[in-house]
Design a protein around this ligand. Structure first.
Ligand code: JHZ
Length: 396
């Protein structure tokens, strides 16, 4: 049974950056109610009313996974690890984005799946790319008559797909007998621990725990045999999954992770009710900080036009009254306006100027990389604001 525990209010699609803030454009903006539920049978945490993927993964998709140095090097590392551990002849990626993972493999080994046509166009010249949604029909089209995949990789994508049964059935069909599915997604354990409620937005239909993934893949005759905690996106998990009958033994690691999650009560509804209370408090305290700084006539901007910050700004109703603009390195976000609050987005070169007193860390998951990059801003007294794990001003 699904039980609701969090209401993040009326939200726009987190990736629907607007090309103008004219009345006509704003009138067409799509909104939905963002509520989050816990399933008492599978222990899955999901948004209550997923949006139609066709509205989300269009030919205007903005996110470019290769935009940060942290992610480029993380994908290079996991590609090397996969190559050394499994020596795959065929590697398929579901949600290949701008090719940041597949570019670490030779072209003849790679199959890329990417439903956003603008992104698929970026990789299709070099790699076999299918500009489609992942499902059983596509799996059959690719693998019915050809060799199955030794490794299927998918980062920050499986948690975006509403129909998990169809997704994992299609994966089960596509894997070789001892093939391995490696998926990475934000970790529920970290979200609960860090109060990072901004990991909930329309694209994150699920935020996975190892407990819930083990339950869900079982229904498609798959087995979660290993997992590791990774630091990307503010705390993620990498899950290793194989066919139930494959040779891979369940590792000590997976046993320890499941034990740790149980100890943190991720299988209990009461954990989520407590989390929900902390989220409300976080909202109150973040608004307090913004109000105090604005009363002191400070110039506040935001750093990184992330999807996550769309949840924060629309939930807390932090808009142009508080934030002058947002800086972002992604070219196709610059010149646009954020969904819901319509805050203008400009380049860091233009935006990180001497007038800025405070910058909200919309991309708090890249805090280390950003603080290193913005030494000059900090040296001249500039400060960052964060809401994770608690709303506060970072002075060093
Ligand atoms: P980023 C996206 O979420 C969307 P977002 C998606 N749904 C998902 O699951 C996660 O990623 C994984 C900019 N930036 O990736 C670049 C700077 O401007 O953390 C990006 O626009 N300067 C697929 O959007 C944004 O911040 C910098 O120095 O919540 C980061 O977005 C750096 C490092 C980044 O997540």
């Amino acid at each position: 049974m699904k039980k609701k525990f969090l209401n993040l209010g009326i939200q726009p699609l987190a990736n629907s950056f607007l090309s103008s803030n004219s009345k006509k454009t704003l009138a067409k903006e799509f909104f939905y109610n963002l509520e989050v539920s816990f399933d008492t049978n599978s222990y899955l945490v999901s948004i209550s009313n997923p949006v139609n993927p066709k509205l989300q993964y269009t030919d205007k998709y903005a996110h470019r996974a290769s935009e940060s140095m942290t992610m480029r090097s993380a994908f290079k590392k996991i590609a090397k690890k996969i190559d050394e551990k499994y020596s795959p002849k065929i590697v398929m990626e579901i949600g290949s984005n701008d090719g940041v993972f597949i570019r670490n493999f030779s072209r003849k080994k790679v199959i890329a799946i990417e439903p956003c046509k603008n992104l698929a166009n970026l990789t299709k010249k070099k790699y076999k790319t299918f500009p489609d949604f992942w499902n059983k029909k596509l799996a059959k089209k690719i693998f019915l008559k050809s060799k199955k995949a030794d490794v299927i990789f998918s980062a920050n994508t499986i948690s975006h797909i509403p129909d998990l049964k169809e997704t994992f059935d299609a994966i089960e069909f596509s894997l070789s007998d001892n093939g391995v599915l490696v998926i990475e997604d934000p970790s529920l354990y970290s979200v609960i621990k860090n109060n990072s409620y901004d990991q909930f937005y329309d694209e994150h239909v699920y935020v996975f725990s190892a407990i819930s993934v083990a339950n869900v893949v079982k229904k498609s005759n798959l087995r979660l045999f290993d997992a590791e905690k990774i630091s990307t996106h503010g705390g993620s998990m990498r899950f290793y999954i194989c066919k139930d009958s494959a040779k891979h033994k369940n590792t000590r690691n997976i046993k320890l992770i499941l034990k740790k999650e149980k100890k943190a009560n991720l299988q209990k509804f009461s954990t989520y009710l407590q989390f929900s209370k902390r989220v409300k408090k976080s909202k109150k305290n973040l608004i307090k900080i913004f109000k105090r700084l604005k009363n002191d006539k400070k110039n506040i901007i935001s750093y990184g036009a992330t999807y996550k910050s769309s949840t924060v700004f629309n939930y807390c109703k932090i808009g142009k009254k508080f934030i002058n603009y947002i800086t972002d390195t992604t070219l196709n976000k610059q010149g646009k306006f954020t969904p819901g609050q319509h805050i203008p987005i400009i380049s860091p070169e233009e935006g990180m100027n001497n007038n800025v007193d405070y910058a909200f860390l919309g991309a708090w998951n890249f805090k280390k990389e950003i603080l290193k990059k913005e030494k000059e801003f900090i040296r001249r007294g500039g400060k960052f604001i964060t809401h994770v794990p608690l709303p506060k001003i970072i002075s060093k």
